[in-house]
Design a protein around this ligand. Structure first.
Ligand code: MN
Length: 353
């Protein structure tokens, strides 16, 4: 963090605004209080991606196809164990036998991601970190393009081509059929965190390109939102260690251990750890709030943020014990708590320089 960003951060904290600078891997999929999913708006007009994707295709694709997945998903999860879960939670837990949920949860997630990784803005570029990872795995961005195009062309019938961060922390290109994706842990032969995907269903290109899927795949390359793909890549990476800081402040380290063992599974859709350990997390926050803060970190901002951490973790703990709480509410509360924790870590790091 540079000085300007640090001042901006302080200004926001003093102003009482909630700041969460840590990008989360979880896709923002709007849900109603009852857990029903909603069709997210596009960030651009239907005709904004012309001439690469035509306005009518976009309008039908978003307003009919995607909307259809959302309403069928809501109908399919009614009264099942999937009701109230986040989209990531559903994907992680469905089996091949849950056909309607599989097709429509996949359809909703895949399209939500797809709209985000496209843009009319011509000036986006992969970040330095992502460029390095692409070069390491594929040699160049050009060969990544060839791999994605080959994956898209070899899908027989309908499906997707994916760029994912694999379990081995390396980038890989995968293909999937229908609305399957690499987040479906019990279905996908290879799993990973998708950072970019291309829809190769005919409904994505037929009006303009007819049977020329290759031309469509090559056009998509002109409208990739590299900024979004880079953010998704960094959010998918395992978080860096803050070894020195945690050695100096044992109670913060202790809180961090439980936080990372519960937050990271939750990012992948598994809320079992946080549900089982939210009380322990709140106790650790209480211990942290009572601990003597090492002199270097003893600033009003850090003290205030630690108090906030204690309050928010109590709220989360209470939420997880209520019967009517949805997974989406738990995820939201945990993500906010994770943001407060990183605010503390960021402020402490600044104190160490
Ligand atoms: Mn589609």
């Amino acid at each position: 963090m540079n000085k300007r960003e640090f001042l901006k951060l302080n200004a926001l904290i003093v102003g009482g605004a909630m700041l969460n600078p840590i990008p989360s891997f979880a896709l923002f999929t709007p849900q109603k209080n009852n857990g029903d999913f909603l069709l997210p708006d596009l960030d651009y007009a239907f005709n904004a991606l012309e001439p690469f994707v035509d306005a009518m295709t976009m309008e039908i694709h978003h307003g009919k196809h995607h909307a259809g997945y959302v309403s069928k998903l809501n109908a399919a999860i009614k009264g099942t164990s999937f009701e109230g879960k986040t989209i990531e939670g559903i994907l992680a837990s469905i089996g091949p036998e849950d056909t309607a949920v599989r097709n429509n949860a996949g359809g909703h997630y895949n399209h939500t991601l797809f709209w985000k990784v496209l843009t009319p803005n011509k000036n986006t570029k992969p970040s330095a970190k992502l460029t390095e990872a692409i070069n390491q795995s594929f040699g160049s961005t050009e060969s990544l393009k060839e791999r994605m195009m080959a994956a898209g062309k070899t899908v027989f019938g309908s499906g997707w081509a994916w760029l994912v961060l694999g379990e081995d922390r390396k980038l890989a290109v995968l293909a999937s059929s229908n609305q399957d994706n690499p987040m479906m842990l019990k279905i996908s032969p290879q799993t990973g965190k998708p950072i970019f995907g291309i829809d190769v269903w005919e409904h994505a290109y037929y009006l303009k390109y007819q049977n020329k899927r290759g031309d469509y795949l090559s056009s998509i390359w002109e409208i990739i939102n590299w900024e979004e793909v880079s953010l998704r890549y960094e959010a998918a990476l395992p978080k860096p260690k803050n070894k020195e800081l945690f050695e100096e402040w044992a109670e913060l380290n202790d809180f961090h251990t439980t936080m990372s063992q519960t937050f990271h599974p939750a990012e992948g859709g598994d809320l079992a750890p946080i549900k089982a350990r939210s009380k322990e997390l709140a106790q650790k926050a209480a211990t942290l709030a009572k601990s003597s803060i090492p002199a270097a970190f003893s600033t009003p901002q850090i003290m205030e943020a630690v108090q906030q951490l204690e309050r928010d973790s109590k709220i989360l703990s209470r939420l997880t014990r209520k019967r009517k709480t949805t997974d989406a509410q738990i995820t939201q509360s945990l993500t906010a708590l994770h943001g407060v924790f990183h605010k503390i870590v960021g402020l402490c790091r600044e104190g160490m320089h």
